[in-house]
Design a binder for this molecule. Structure first.
Ligand SMILES: [Zn+2]
Length: 476
């Protein structure tokens, strides 16, 4: 009988924190910008420069730790991780090895197989490296230190996951929690959330772990799922052929659907870690922790329960809307401005989701304001515009956050509610379409649809189809 294998997966997730300035200096963390313009002696590793910890980094790290049920290390330190690489000007990275800020946490995930906990071994604070740009035309490599010193937290899980599905559920859970905290936007594609996958296999029932490999370069949930499948297969093939899995770091090439070895995996001792003598130990008192605890937001689970009680909208809508903190904020603020919850939810669930998908955007990228959505809803409630005009206006609003009231006024899109004018147009349409009129009178109900269409066309879309229908029936 063929052997049965179990996949054992642990993740190292790096998250860029949403601070305005870097972790140890006052340089901007803004994405983009001319190369080497967000730099100073500290983040370019000049001799004699001294790092000073950004307090906001500490607050975010503690907030994430509390939200993931970690124990906060109230006496913690920074360590130097020594290695040479051109994007790392100090020749060491300031990180935490011995006393990471958060330890022993766990988060609950849910998959088709039910709920389970994934343990969090630790969360530590560290600085990001610069970026190398390999210029193939000039056959040289350039380095940009704008990212050097951008604050990161690294969330190290226990090897508790057994499938790609569990890994995705875990990442979704982390992303949601951190977004709700406002600690990061967690965009995989832009690199503000990056996951390295540690994977090994063992025979079902075995106690000991197999040799693991680490996979890097995973920038979407789909790539992560494919990489896990690919690496599992590769390791099984090796074992079945009587060969050994080598502990190494591998790069996943999502286009080719295969991974290749980058380097043998280092252990902590290879980096000659030692406490950073430039940074004093951090002492966190209970009052500081209480302060952060008091500022924790309403997380998704609580929000879902509250929505169920407060708003008469379907369960499915609640799930989608609370799936993004930004979307949930828009929903709540629009409702607070007086719009009916179901109507707000409809705009988010139908048109918003459609446009996000078409433009390949995340819910976090929604630009229109709750004020403008509320205005659009009251325009349709007042029958000042019909539903097809409303959709048109919404598209412009989605794109440019225009004020729908002004836009409708300027473009002359208001529905003509003057019954006299509408009746006149309907009469003309009846006069010009004798065939359809006859069809309708002979019992072809559908013919009226054509006449409604013709009237709408004559009114340049600015009429209420219900009213046209009523007038047509009256006049026929
Ligand atoms: Zn700097």
């Amino acid at each position: 009988m063929a052997k049965q294998y179990e996949t054992v997966i642990g993740l190292e997730v790096h998250v860029e924190l949403a601070t305005k300035t870097k972790i140890f200096c006052g340089c901007s963390t803004a994405f983009g910008g001319e190369p080497n313009t967000h730099t100073c002696p500290v983040c370019t590793g000049m001799p004699g420069s001294l790092p000073v910890l950004n307090k906001q980094v500490l607050e975010y790290a503690v907030a994430v730790g509390l939200a993931t049920n970690c124990t906060i290390t109230q006496y913690c330190k920074f360590d130097r991780k020594n290695y040479f690489y051109p994007d790392n000007p100090q020749n060491y990275q300031i990180s935490q090895l011995y006393l990471p800020i958060c330890q022993n946490g766990r988060v609950e995930i849910e998959t088709e197989n039910g709920k389970k906990y994934v343990g969090i071994h630790e969360i530590h604070m560290e600085e990001d490296a610069g970026k190398l740009i390999h210029d193939e035309w000039d056959d040289c490599s350039l380095v940009d230190y704008n990212r050097s010193g951008v604050p990161l937290i690294e969330i190290v899980s226990e090897p508790d996951m057994r499938s790609a599905e569990e890994v995705i559920a875990y990442l979704e859970k982390l992303r949601m929690t951190i977004q709700y905290l406002g600690a990061s936007d967690c965009k995989l594609q832009e690199g503000s959330m990056r996951a390295d996958v540690n994977l090994s296999i063992r025979e079902v029932g075995a106690e000991a772990f197999g040799t693991r490999t680490e996979m890097k370069n995973l920038n979407s949930f789909k790539a992560i799922a494919r990489a896990i499948e690919g690496e599992r297969e590769r390791q099984i093939d090796l074992l079945e052929a009587g060969e050994k899995v080598i502990q190494e770091t591998r790069r996943w090439d999502d286009n080719k659907g295969e991974s290749y070895a980058m380097r043998s995996k280092e252990d902590a001792q290879d980096y000659r870690y030692f406490p950073d003598p430039d940074l004093v130990p951090i002492m966190l008192d209970d009052a500081f922790l209480d302060q952060i605890r008091a500022k924790q937001p309403e997380f998704r689970e609580e929000k879902m329960l509250r929505y169920k009680k407060e708003f008469d909208i379907p369960e499915y809508d609640i799930q989608i809307i609370t799936g993004s903190k930004h979307m949930a904020d828009i929903f709540e603020q629009t409702v607070a401005l007086g719009s009916q919850p179901k109507k707000v939810s409809n705009w988010l669930m139908v048109e918003t989701l459609r446009l996000l998908k078409e433009n390949n955007m995340d819910p976090e990228d929604i630009r229109f304001s709750p004020e403008n959505l509320a205005k659009l809803i009251s325009l349709t409630d007042a029958k000042a515009i019909n539903s097809s005009v409303a959709k048109e206006v919404f598209e412009v609003m989605f794109d440019q956050n225009i004020d729908p009231e002004k836009y409708v006024e300027e473009k002359g899109l208001k529905t003509v509610n003057d019954e006299g004018a509408l009746r006149k147009t309907v009469e003309e349409v009846i006069a010009n379409n004798p065939q359809s009129v006859e069809d309708y009178r002979n019992g072809k109900e559908k013919a009226i649809g054509f006449l409604v269409g013709q009237t709408m066309k004559a009114m340049k879309g600015k009429a209420d189809p219900g009213m046209i229908n009523k007038l047509l029936k009256e006049l026929l």
